[in-house]
Design a protein around this ligand. Structure first.
Ligand SMILES: *Cc1c(COP(=O)(O)O)cnc(C)c1O
Length: 297
């Protein structure tokens, strides 16, 4: 447990950058970027917070193996591999689809961190959380602590609800990209009475996320008046891109020297700037955008 404490419980300094842009001057808005992409050298981004209490639970149960699920480009799978390596736990990544002869850079890094990869056909993958598939995986790999796909569960939300309370800068609206919604749920959970949260869905047809996010909130959480989802900035769906998005990402990097990527943070900042142009925010407001990571060098 001492390693867990060293990694997760000590105070990590946070970094906030204020964006400088003529549009923000014109609209009288401040945009602060919380650089959670730099929160930990080996387990960066929101996955640090999502894994925090899942790993504590695994250690408490004296589990020696972690198993989770993801697509071939899953940041969650890579974070699990790297966290497992730091904590001295074995890791198994169950990947959707057929194995390829050559691993992509994310899976290469996961294997380099000691992860064992397994694969499920797309039809079996849909059933991954059923007892039949879970039992087959345990029969094959032995007793293990199973973290759900994308890492979202109540323990993940407990972790992500610690992102905001350590920030001293006042803000009115917090914005984040949404995949499964576990990160947004934690942000909502920790809002102050006059603050708002906006989640930008990176999935097409993200309407289901409203209920999904609500299901992770405790009865004490702020009401739905304090948070909402933006569903129109998915660019065709998960990991889908359009030239407009890619151009925005290039421009954003040259304007601000902050790297963003097309799957999550590119869609967040594109959506945020579009809302700013459309006068969605009131003059004088401060917007805190969470850089959740995902940029692989
Ligand atoms: C996983 C991930 C997200 C999505 O987080 P959820 O809790 O699943 O909504 C956002 N940004 C980045 C960079 C991610 O890797």
């Amino acid at each position: 447990m001492s390693q867990w404490f060293d990694i997760f419980q000590k105070q990590h300094p946070y970094q906030i950058e204020a964006l400088v842009h003529p549009l923000l001057v014109y609209k009288k808005l401040r945009v602060l970027v919380l650089r959670e992409d730099q929160n930990h050298p080996e387990i960066p981004g929101n996955k640090f917070w999502k894994l925090k209490y899942n790993l504590k639970q695994a250690m408490t149960e004296r589990q020696d193996t972690l198993l989770s699920f993801g697509g071939a480009y899953s940041n969650h799978i890579l974070a699990l591999a790297q966290a497992g390596q730091l904590l001295g736990l074995k890791t198994i990544g169950v990947i959707r689809g057929e194995p390829h002869d050559e691993l992509n850079p994310i899976l290469l890094k996961a294997v380099a961190a000691g992860m064992t990869l397994d694969y499920l056909s797309r039809s079996d993958y849909r059933l991954k959380h059923t007892e039949a598939i879970t039992e087959a995986l345990i029969a094959k790999h032995g007793r293990c602590f199973i973290v759900p796909e994308g890492g979202s569960n109540a323990l993940a939300v407990k972790g992500t609800s610690e992102i905001l309370p350590r920030i001293n800068e006042p803000f009115d609206v917090v914005c984040a990209a949404v995949g499964t919604g576990g990160t947004l749920a934690g942000l909502i959970q920790s809002l102050q009475p006059r603050q708002q949260a906006i989640g930008f869905s990176v999935l097409k047809g993200g309407g289901f996320l409203q209920e999904e996010v609500a299901s992770w909130l405790t009865p004490k959480a702020p009401s739905e008046k304090q948070w909402q989802l933006q569903l129109d900035y998915h660019f065709g769906g998960y990991a889908k891109v359009k030239p407009e998005l890619l151009n925005f990402i290039t421009q954003f990097h040259s304007d601000h020297r902050i790297p963003i990527e097309p799957v999550y943070t590119g869609k967040l900042f594109f959506g945020l700037f579009d809302l700013i142009e459309k006068d969605y925010f009131s003059p004088g407001q401060t917007i805190l955008a969470i850089h959740t990571g995902g940029v692989h060098s």
